[in-house]
Design a protein around this ligand. Structure first.
Ligand SMILES: CSC[C@H]1O[C@H](OP(=O)(O)O)[C@H](O)[C@@H]1O
Length: 371
């Protein structure tokens, strides 16, 4: 996408041909800061600290983290050490494991002398695939936006609600849930987006609002608990969110609060869509509530708030009483029964095992073998 009219991706190889550039998402929206990663440890820190975040971007950053590790030491031991360190950065997004599995599959059979070039080729291919996948998701989801607009009699505006940030900042480019928003806006569809602030890290208020503003997409930031009220009053035509891991039967792990939004949508007959790139599908599990690991982060992310003072200085202040513990669950799981449809790069399907296999028939054989 573009920043101040300049096309860019959320991760890139610098002009030196080996170091990796990313946007420091912890500085947005008040500062647009690019950071260069030069070691695998810096890549690991960027993921753990959420300087970069979003399932696909976590995978891409980890892949380049392996590249940086191979530049320093391409031995078998160094490869395993880098894979282990990066795999441990965050537990929920399956893209991290998919990306690292892909790096290991390509690199392990090679001689150390061949690994650096192969690693950068694999990471670049992963990034290009992510961009293509997200664009395709955008096109499929755009048809659903247009259907909703027609159903509404093409009057007023199309109100879409989203949670957290599943935009180009969460991926290499385009985003997943936000990809159709850009395409719809550019196609002249009168779109308006309700942006859940998404406590406690505020990815909606901070990142989604920034992204949409950069692209000129009309939007309104709302508190996380407003969505149900808006749905009751007919102010939401559809919901669309991203995902960090979706099971083989369509259970969806996503940012904390997604489940409650899906419940409100179900109760009010509002379509609830999940933008689902295939690398985010965990074909090895069925029951998301029982089997998806839910990240718990530092309670300070909830008890403290960071923002800009009138002076322009950035400050962090505590909002909870000293001594009050805070529980900071970063994700929840929306059962497939609450999902209207999954929007993948291959098309739209019901959130069911058969629905997903209809789009990914090559997985049918694997599932039969696993049973
Ligand atoms: C396109 S995946 C975006 C997904 O990742 C976010 O989590 P986090 O910001 O903690 O990495 C959130 O769950 C988004 O839906």
């Amino acid at each position: 996408m573009k920043v101040q009219g300049v096309p860019m991706r959320s991760i890139w190889v610098e002009s030196d041909g080996w170091s990796v550039g990313v946007i420091d998402q912890t500085r947005l929206p008040h500062a647009f800061v690019k950071v260069t990663l030069s070691t695998a440890d810096e890549a690991g820190h960027a993921i753990r600290s959420m300087l970069v975040r979003g399932a696909p971007l976590i995978g891409a950053t980890a892949a380049y983290g392996v590249c940086l590790a191979m530049r320093q030491d391409a031995s078998d031991g160094a490869l395993e050490q880098a894979l282990t360190m990066l795999r441990a950065t965050r537990p929920t997004a399956v893209n991290l494991h998919w990306a690292l599995d892909g790096m290991r599959q390509v690199l392990a059979p090679l001689k150390p002398s061949e690994r650096v070039a192969a690693a950068y080729r694999q990471a670049a291919a992963l990034c290009d695939e992510d961009v293509a996948i997200n664009r395709a998701i955008g096109e499929h989801a755009l048809k659903l936006f247009q259907e909703a607009w027609d159903k509404k009699g093409r009057k007023g505006r199309l109100n879409v609600l989203t949670h957290c940030n599943a935009g180009w900042l969460a991926t290499v480019d385009w985003g997943t849930a936000l990809a159709p928003m850009y395409l719809a806006h550019d196609a002249g569809l009168p779109l308006h987006v309700w942006v859940d602030e998404t406590r406690p890290r505020n990815q909606g208020a901070v990142l989604t609002a920034w992204e949409l503003g950069q692209h000129g997409v009309p939007h309104t930031v709302i508190a996380d608990n407003v969505g149900g009220h808006l749905m009751q009053h007919g102010e939401v035509d559809l919901c669309i969110v991203g995902t960090d891991r979706t099971t083989a039967r369509g259970d969806v792990a996503n940012k904390i609060g997604t489940y409650l939004k899906a419940l409100a949508a179900k109760d009010n007959g509002v379509p609830f869509y999940v933008a689902l790139p295939s690398p985010t599908i965990d074909w090895t599990i069925q029951d998301g509530v029982k089997e998806i690991p839910i990240e718990q982060r530092d309670g300070a992310e909830l008890s403290d708030v960071t923002g800009r003072l009138p002076s322009g200085d950035i400050a962090t202040v505590r909002i909870t009483p000293p001594g009050s513990p805070a529980a900071n669950y970063a994700f929840d799981v929306t059962p497939a029964r609450l999902v209207t449809a999954l929007i993948t790069e291959r098309g739209v399907c019901p959130a069911t095992e058969e629905g997903m296999l209809s789009l990914f028939p090559e997985r049918r054989a694997q599932r039969s073998a696993a049973k």
